[in-house]
Design a protein around this ligand. Sequence first.
Ligand SMILES: [Zn+2]
Length: 461
Amino acid sequence: MRLYNTLSKKLEEFVPGEKTVRMYVCGPTVYDLIHIGNARPFIVFDALRRYLEEQGFRMVYVQNVTDVDDKIIRRAQEEGKAAEEIALFYTQEYFADLARLGVRPPTYSPFATVFVPKMVEFVEALIKKGHAYVVDGDVYFSVRTYPGYGELSGRSAEEQLAGARVEVDERKRDPLDFALWKQAKPGEPSWPSPWGPGRPGWHTECVVMSLYLLGETLDIHAGGNDLIFPHHENERAQAESLTGKTFVRIWLHNGMLTVRGEKMAKSLGNFYYARDVVKLFGTEAVRYFYLSRHWRKPLDFSFEAMEEAKSAVARVYNFLAEAERIPAEVNPADPEFPQFLAKEKERFHAELQDDFNTPGGLAVIQEIIGEAYRRNDPGAMRQAAQVVRELGRPLGLFQGEGASAELGKLSEELLDLVVELRTILRKEKNFALADMIREKLGKLGVELRDSPEGTRWVLRT
Ligand SMILES: [Zn+2]
């Protein structure tokens, strides 16, 4: 499988060590509900995880919870609550939202606050090795001690300065130096340390949790491309300075989400929480929408695009509902049809192996359905349905019951009975009555499809 590595800026053959893939995806800072921009990496990398598992890899998948941060403290002050209370509330809502998005729980969801003692040890080790220094209760990483700084983001020193929007601070040796440990201000959550009470910086939190849970070298580190600089650049500088080893084999960064071509912002009135969009369109339409565009490209959200995704998902489920009522032993009229399906499966995997091109994979699924409909052959439809289920699985799509589940068993059997009676009428050449049945069912939203193998009923949606 080939994946685009942000560090090398090339497609690279992905060769995980020992068949276990150690993967870390930056999780939320729990000061608000997750929005549709936050949801993109969660869904995309959940699908990648599922796909790698289908390929036979054992996945150790870590997605952290940043439960101490300036944003949480600010929100707590605004609401007159404790920071811990805000963090706990939004952590619970985050897990509920992952379920709404069909994202499988990570193998580990470490809380930053639980790892603070490990972070203190880590910062001490960096100081001991000469990569960090203490200034009145704060600890800074000394960027000039790590020669690889800037390689991940590909930024020059000047661009780094502009990107990090660093405040002029006389106490730092270099303006790019970043805080590993921040001295506590009054009323803030704090932990004891050799430098006095304080809390770790965000970049230190992620790097310590990933090293502790996944070892010195991760196979994959992923997140949105807004995290490349400074967050991931800083994580890499710390880890590699301490261990002297490659921190991450492949860095993956997804593109940003826009809303009708604009950056999403509460102030612009184009801001949506993930759960509200799931409520309107359903889990699978949301997943389909995110996976229908390549993960590295920008993704533009609109209600029209969501409607399209919803129809695409409905088309698949209508097909499954129709095809899966056909007995599994019915064979395709064309003996070559299984070869056609085998080729389509190959194409699907070729798309996903090529930098996880999910839009290409979804297009193959829709093509299989189009071809099965075109043939209007029950055996072909039945076999195609099986393949659609199989290919949908690693994307977390098309595993549900589908449209006819809502109909109920009795209604299905009654429709089968009507179709059977109509077949008898046609054999007896009572076409007037047979046509009347077709017309009346049509008004109820049930379409009859006649073929040499018999008649099938389909719900029109
Ligand atoms: Zn992170």
